[in-house]
Every structure is written in structure tokens, then in C-alpha cells.
Design a protein around this ligand. Sequence first.
Ligand code: ANZ
Ligand code: ZN
Length: 826
Amino acid sequence: MNQYDPGEIEKKWQKKWQETKSFEAANSSSKPKYYALVEFPYPSGEGLHVGHVRGYTAMDIIARKRRAEGFNVLYPMGWDAFGLPAENYAIKTGTAPSITTKENIEVFKKQLISLGLSFDWSREVNTTDPEYYKWTQWLFLQFLKHDLAYKAKAVINWCPKDKIGLANEEVVGGCCERCGTPVEKREKEQWMLAITKYADRLDKDLDTVDYLPQIKLQQRNWIGRSEGAEINFMVFAGSLGLEVTVFTTRPETIFGATYLVLAPEHAQVLVLLANDEYGIENKEEIQKYINESRNRTDIERTAIGAEKTGVELKGVKAINPATKEEIPVFVADYVLPHYGTGAIMAVPAHDERDFEFAQKYNLLTKKVILPESVLSIFRNAEDVAIGLTSSLRLKSDCWSGDGELINSGTFSGKNSKEVKKEITEFVGGKIVTKFKLRDWVFSRQRYWGEPIPVIHCSRCGIVPVPEKDLPITLPRVDHYLPGDTGESPLASIDSWVNVPCPACSEPAKRETDVMPNWAGSSWYFLRYTDPKNSESFAGMDALKLWMYVDWYNGGMEHTTLHLLYSRFWNKFLFDQGLVPTSEPYRKRTSHGLILAEGGIKMSKSVGNVINPDSIIKLYGADTLRLYEMFMGPFDQPVAWSTESIIGPRRFLDRIYRLAQTVVSSEYQEKGNSNSLNSTVHKAIQKVSDDIEAMRFNTVISTLMVLLNEFEKAKTISKTQFEIFIKLLSPLAPHICEELWEKLGNQRSISLESWPVADQKLINVNSLAVTIQVNGKMRAILESEFELSEEEATRRAKGMPGIAKWLENKPVKKVIYVKGKLLNFVV
Ligand code: ANZ
Ligand code: ZN
């Protein structure tokens, strides 16, 4: 053996894996299946990013470990290739996006292969391939058929630079997520997908999946379930009356509702302005205000502390249904049109925003809830009532918590939490659930996307393209720039646009909008199960075999976009009987971002982007993989440090050197110490556990410690060294294959089974108590001395691996065999 030469070794094994189809998933197998998924990349002109490498390597480690554990593993890869960069490049250079996309994919694929990622390349998918987007179009037609796709005038976020409508999720801090230009509002006809119809289940079913807590929380907040009440207020304008329905989560505060607010966009505001009979006295002022508020973002409008503005509707009064008192009515843009009912009852004493507004416009603030803390002060007072009234006048701040109701008629004295339903009924309202989630703007007036497969006929209206005519492919165009009025470049291709109506054969026109770049990724995980199927998007047998995805790792930035969208598509397809599971992903994790040196963002303009190719060339792919897994906790952002890469490289050099001694000496299986064996088996346990928990940095440090022990030991056995190589192989697969072969093994290490820790060996040097729950071994408790029953019980209960088995289950009995075994009977 000579020097460690990753360049040579890595190419050799990549070729072998490819030739022997080492990582192809079997469509029929006696092994249990395991579906490991990572987000497929957009093949940009910049090539692979070191951030991709982090997530892909992590799942590669899991996938390789699962294969070794005896699973039939699906770990696929593909291209999410529709999108703006290729189109913007086409606008600049005239090169068709299909051409640049193809070139970029070639580069990306070469890069991924050079990393030794164990993808099943036989299942590669490409969202821009007509054979793929045929099914994206077909799926759209299913939504259309079930009234979940519709066209509507929508005020959308409009990026004046990209000339594109943006979904709410694509607006970051009031600016276009892509180019940073401040977003404007525009009213446009858009295709929408009715994701709100699934809001309830998208929220509730989070209970059934294993996502990181912060991922669940973000989705829950985005969906924004809110339990409250709808209550009608009579409104009198001139001699006429009408009803305004408000949504409130605090119906119990209604006795303190001192004015009513309608969003400027509220339909009834338009009615009031349109008809002179309502006798609005300040129409012009109101109209001016409505126009001004149009360009303020939702966040600017609603943030606590943001300047509140509004205009009173002069000549209009509402009646508070609880107090029967007259209250004024305002339009104010801190009330949003698309949430609740777009109208609120304002309770300035108990709602911060109402309080700010009431202060500014000098409106009545009436307390109806007394916090428990204040209450206790007055409990002992002689005359509680007098005390309360004076305290109310003194205290001017706003209490948004619960407490005892006051000034609330017969409800006074009751606990605010307990009367929501009663008060709602008292004023004739009803209990309702609302969601913040909005329907998904599903069209773009651009070129490089899936054409929406419908035809507009002046007689028949919107006619779906017959399924046999799919795919509707993108025509060649000469100009990629959208029109200034915002229509797609497709609109100018007469030969493509003009078609006979599929229903009546009269001249009709194709829809020229295309789908957003979130379409293809909403179902790609389904296509991987059966990527070549030409009869359907995926066959039920393949879907039943592979779904659902066992583990999905991806970026935190996709939590409220792709992750939510794809759950929605999957649920819809489940309802149609087209997929076997209601949720697509059983487990979801996220990796932290990789930042440039110094902790700033990597960006081309700053010139601090690290190209994985150059690292591979200098140090090897195994080193890059190890480095990225070693940088820091997997879920945390970390800064790149080229200086630190040398550490993992030296580690591999040392392993390579040690292998030489192992290979050249006569192995003495019996000649090595028990203590070294114990260290090896502890490492098996630790590495196995840490890989499952994605603690890759400690996986590597454990292996580093083990290597130190090996180097110190006079003799190590071949078996011990082989275990070490097996443990390292998911992380640094090339060097491990090479050494495995050098040790005289015929079969690829990727076909070997995962080492199992011998619990007896783990416990040699330290005292160890086996912890059981109902007689089943659940953990090993190590200690430096013999534990008393009490101490052992206390420590065991504190172990996460045990706590989860005892959760909500009273312990009936504890059986303790001193220093050996502790069994909880539950
Ligand atoms: C009266 C009230 C009294 C309220 C009180 C709060 C506190 P969440 O929890 O986010 O659902 N609201 C309702 N519709 C609104 C809209 N379209 N735009 C802005 N605000 C709106 O919030 C529900 C509460 O937000 C509702 O309950 C309403 O104010 C306000 F002490 O009604 B509340
Ligand atoms: Zn027709």
C-alpha cells in the first residue's frame, strides 16, 4: 500500500458502484423498505453549493446505514428545474431555458456523483421533462375537476422588476424574495388552489407525524387556527340599516366593545359609499384613505406599535348587541380584509391595537376584565365595587389576559375564560374556527413553467384540455420578456394560443399562464416510486410499496412553502384514492445553513462562495463529507472554515496508515485486550445512536477517540479494525471500500451488515445497569459505583430513552437486582 490518494480511490469506487448498480432500490424485495428523501435541487448555473452537500451527505449516511441494517432503501435524486434564473438568463442571452437547464443538470449530476452520494440514479426525475410535467398538468386537472382550482380576481403581490405575481410566502419583509425589490399590490385574474379547504387537516394531522418541533410550530402558526365567534352588529346609516359580522376570539369582552372597525377593502364599505341613501358625510375622505392603504403590507398594517390610521364613517352608528349602546364605526387598515370577516369589534381596554387606535382618536376605553392580581388587592377591601371603579380610572394600560368580568351585566363576577360560549349565545352569535392560511396563487405570467392545461372558449367557458392531449408542451418563443401589462410571453405565440375548443370545436384560446415553480415539487416524491410510468403519475403498487417517505430532510426555509404545499397535494390525492397515505412524510428534519467564513451569507457578489469541486480536488470527497458533518451541530448554522478541513483529512491519512499495519501483520484475534474490545463496542453504540439523532459531529469525534485508542494499543485485531471501517463507511464511503478490499474482503462494504454492540462488552469497565420497562431492555445506565435502588430509579427516570416509555404511565412496581438490572412495571 502506498500513500492515501483520494483522487484515484474515489473515482475507482464511484465507477464500481455505478457498474454494479449498488444503490438501486428493488421494486420487489423480501427486505423491509426504507424511503429516504432530500429536496431535489434547482440546477442553477452556479453549480452545487456546499449547503446542498450538508443535507445530502447527512441523508446519505442514514441511507447507507439503513442498507447495512437490512432495508431495501430508496434514496432518489432529480431536478426541480422550472424557475426564474433560467428564464432571466434567456431574457439576457436568448438561450432557451431548456438548453441551459440541460447543461446545468449535467454539471450538477457530475458533482453529486463525485461526492459519492448513494442515489438511485435509475429513478432520476426532471420537472421540466414533458413526460414529467404531463402528470403535473394531469394533477392540476384533478384539482380543477374537484373545484379546488379556480380563477379569481385577486390583489396579488407584484414584483415590478421580475414582472411576476408573488405568493405571500415569497414576500420577505415587503420585498420580492428573489430580487429584493419592494413589492406592489396589483389586482389580477389568477389561478388559485384552494389549500384553505385543507387547513383544518393540515393543522390537525401534524399530530400524526414526527417533525422537528420548530417545523410543526412554524406550520401551525402559518395555518393559524383560531377558535372564536362571529357576532352580528346592527349598523344604521341615514335611514337605512345593515348588518356587519365581526370575528372575535374574545367574545367575552363584548361589553367593552366601544367602536366597530371595517377593513378598507370590506364589501360593505363599498356598499355604504356607493349608495347616497346611506348618507355618509365624509365620502371623499374615506375614499382617499382606502386608496392610500392599498400599498401598505399586512405586516405594516397590523404590527403592534405600528402607527394606526383610520377614518370614522360620519353619519353611521352601530349598536353594541350586549350593551345596546350606540358606538362609532371606522374604516382602518389595521383590520385586514381576508382574515376572519374583515371586520372587528374593538375593545381598547383589552386589545393592544385597539388601545393604540383609541388613544390616537380619543375613543372610549371601557374595562370589562379585571386581572386576578388586581382582584386580590381588592378582595379584602370593604367596598369592592368602589375600589374597582377607582382603580379602573387610574389604570390606563391595556390588559389582554383573562380574569374576572366586570361591567358586563349579568356576566359580571364570572371568569372570563368560562363564559365565551354563553356570551356568544347571549348576543346571538356563533362559535367558529378561522384560519390565517390563504388560498395559493397558482399562476405566473411567465414562460418557463408548466402551461396550465385549459382552453378558454367564448361559448363553453373554461374547458380542461382532454387528458389524451397532455402534455401541453412549451412552444419555442423568440422573446422571453413578459408583456408590460403582465401577460405571459406565451400570449404572443398565435399558432400556439389559437386552438379549437375541445367541447364545441369553435375557435378558442389556450390559457397562457404557467404554474408557479412550486408545482413540480408538490408531488415529485410520488414519481420516484415509479418514475417511468407512462399510464399514470405513479402506479398504486409502487406507491403502496414505498409510501410514505420514512425520513425527509430539507431546508427550514421550505417549511411554509414546499412542505405545506406537498402535504396538501398528497392529502387531496389521498382523498381521490390515488395515493395510499394521508401524509406524505413520516419524519422531517432540517439542517442549518452553511455560511461563509466570518459567519456572513455566501453570495456570488461578495465572492465568498465555496465550490465543492475545488475542495474535492484538493482534499477528496470523503474529507469534504467528513468536514461538513463535523463542522458543528447539524441543525445549527455554521461558518465555513477552509483552515479546519485539514483536520478530517489528517484523520483519514492516519486511518490509511494504520490499515497498512493491520494488513501487513499477522492478525491475532485473541491477543487483544478486553478493554479495547469494550471501547470498540461502546463506539458501536454511540455511533449508531448519534447517527439516528443526526449528531454527526459526535459520531466523528467518537471515531477519532477510537482511532487514538487503536494507535496506542500494541495490537489490534482485524475484527476490531473492520468494525471501525464499517462504522466510518456511511460517512467516508470511498476510503472504507478501499480499505475493506485491502483487508482481503471480496464483497463491497456497502453490502455488509451494520455492527451490533455487545452489551456485555460495553459494561466491562464501568458498572452498568440494564434498564427495562415491562421486561423489555430499553437502556443501559452506566455509573461509577454500585447504585442503590433509589438512586438507580432516579437516574433511570431521567434518561430520555426511558422517560418516553414511562410517559403518562404510572409505575406499578420496580424490580431491582443490585448493580445489574432495573425493571419498571407499568
Ligand atoms: C375583540 C377582541 C377583544 C379581540 C380583545 C382581541 C382581544 P387571532 O387570535 O389572530 O385569530 N381580528 C379579527 N379579525 C381581524 C382582521 N381581519 N384584521 C385584524 N384583526 C382582526 O386574532 C383574533 C382577534 O384579532 C379578534 O379578536 C379581533 O380582535 C382581531 F380583548 O375581537 B378580537
Ligand atoms: Zn367551446
